[in-house]
Design a protein. Structure first.
Length: 461
């Protein structure tokens, strides 16, 4: 769960969470719980997105507007993880032009209307970067002693119940099992127990391989599964087992449903008499009258006509000529469409990347024209241009791209170290000027030259 507290009106925000790109931590999306009635807001986080819930909270002795979202981080191996600072980049309200401030009734009454907090007439915003604290995560290994063979990795404390419908069937008829797993802190990570590896289900029932994804209700996850009786002598649907590790007790446990009474009727044998039928079907022998009298048949060689059609006759028809010309033309069009589609599938971000590279060079020229008259405006132009290009190239949210996000990807694509150092320097100088309010230590002409040289190298990378 991520919580962000805001004491000012904000807009145009994006988040950077290094934990989300840690190769030792799997990231899982979590659904919104039905009891959370707050408005939802989509926020970009690196190369992914999260659905945040807006609300209000109290931190210390002060009220704040809040954003919170849920993602699951799943460690892939034991050890101690040091999670780097998370950051939020946003534009915060710093004042109003002509000292005119609109009145408010209550705490953030216009929260999330219009942009994030409401109307912004005469408002002045400043872009800021706010880091979080670092976090430590210790992951303990699961014991290997007494680990069940069908243990799926569930950790926590769980309960399991099951119902069946109908309770009386014939051999081979479908039975719908409803299985409810409760007690999970993150129910999205719970899967349907594998019935095919449980002995009594494997021998007495036919169990399909496919299982349902389940429906989440608070801390419960409800699955439906169709099974069929294969043994006419059974009287019960056996208990369903769900092994898990209980970290409080420090041991593996088994959540188990109660057995369900079941009546299996014998299958009726179809006899030859059933197939033939016991009643006679009467057929009418009456001849129906056809209006207009009897239709005549015509015979004789005179009725046969020689209809040989040669090439000259075919080419005399404009329709046939059109079909002959259209067929190869349609083939060429379809082939071209197919090749373009294959090229796009092979490089889905290629076309966007090429357009973004052209826009990058245009923005650099724009900054070059402003370097003497409005030097402070050049930094955001240069930084935003590179962010847009890299975002389109790697399929990321442009406004939240940092050098750290793309360094490894650019290096793997063969961009030379000198160019990477140049890009790092450009990001550093632009961010220093934009976010800290201090002037860059780099001369603007030199910065623009670096940007132009880097853009040329990106063309060939």
């Amino acid at each position: 769960m991520g919580y962000w507290y805001f004491s000012k009106d904000i807009r145009s925000f994006s988040f950077s969470l290094p934990a989300f790109i840690n190769s030792d931590l799997d990231l899982a999306d979590l659904s919104e719980q039905p009891d959370r009635r707050g408005e939802l807001y989509e926020i970009p986080i690196g190369n992914t997105k999260a659905i945040a819930v807006k609300g209000q909270g109290r931190l210390g002795d002060k009220n704040y507007a809040t954003l919170n979202f849920r993602k699951a981080l799943i460690p892939q191996k034991p050890g101690v993880y040091e999670l780097d600072n998370s950051t939020v980049i946003c534009e915060a309200l710093t004042g109003y032009r002509e000292n005119h401030r609109r009145n408010r009734d209550g705490f953030f009454d216009d929260f999330f209307s219009d942009s994030f907090f409401g109307s912004r007439n005469n408002a002045v915003y400043t872009r800021i970067v706010v880091p979080s604290n670092k976090a430590m995560l210790e992951v303990l290994p699961l014991p290997t002693d007494n680990r069940p063979a069908d243990f799926s990795g569930l950790v926590g404390q769980f309960e399991l119940s099951a119902t069946a419908e109908p309770a009386e069937v014939s051999l081979g008829e479908p039975i719908t099992l409803t299985v409810t797993v409760s007690g999970a802190s993150v129910p999205e990570l719970v899967n349907m127990p594998n019935l095919s590896v449980q002995k009594e289900f494997a021998t007495d029932f036919r169990v399909p391989r496919d299982t349902s994804d389940g429906v989440i209700e608070l801390d419960k996850k409800i699955f439906t599964q169709t099974i069929r009786v294969a043994n006419p002598k059974i009287k019960l649907i056996p208990p369903i087992d769900l092994p898990y590790y209980d970290p409080v007790a420090g041991e593996y446990k088994l959540a188990q449903s109660a057995p369900i009474p079941l009546k299996v009727n014998p299958t009726r044998v179809v006899t030859a008499g059933d197939a033939e039928g016991n009643s006679l079907i009467e057929f009418s022998s009456e001849v129906a009258d056809k209006g207009g009298g009897i239709a005549h048949n015509y015979e004789g060689q005179s009725l046969l006509t020689n209809r040989v059609i040669g090439f000259e006759a075919l080419t005399a028809s404009p329709f046939v000529i059109g079909v002959i010309i259209a067929c190869p033309l349609v083939f060429v069009i379809l082939l071209t469409w197919r090749l373009v589609k294959m090229a796009k599938a092979k490089d889905p971000f290629g076309s966007n990347s090429r357009r973004a590279l052209a826009d990058l060079r245009i923005e650099i020229k724009k900054a070059t024209k402003l370097r003497h008259s409005e030097q402070s405006a050049c930094y955001p132009i240069i930084l935003t241009a590179f962010q847009k290009y890299l975002g389109h190239r790697f399929g990321m949210q442009p406004e939240s791209v940092t050098f750290r996000d793309v360094e490894a990807a650019l290096r793997s694509e063969g961009l030379e170290e000198e160019a990477l150092e140049t890009m790092c320097e450009i990001f550093k100088e632009c961010e220093l000027s934009i976010y800290s309010g201090r002037d860059s230590t780099c001369d603007m002409d030199k910065l623009l030259d670096m940007a132009e040289i880097l853009a040329k190298k990106l063309v060939s990378s």
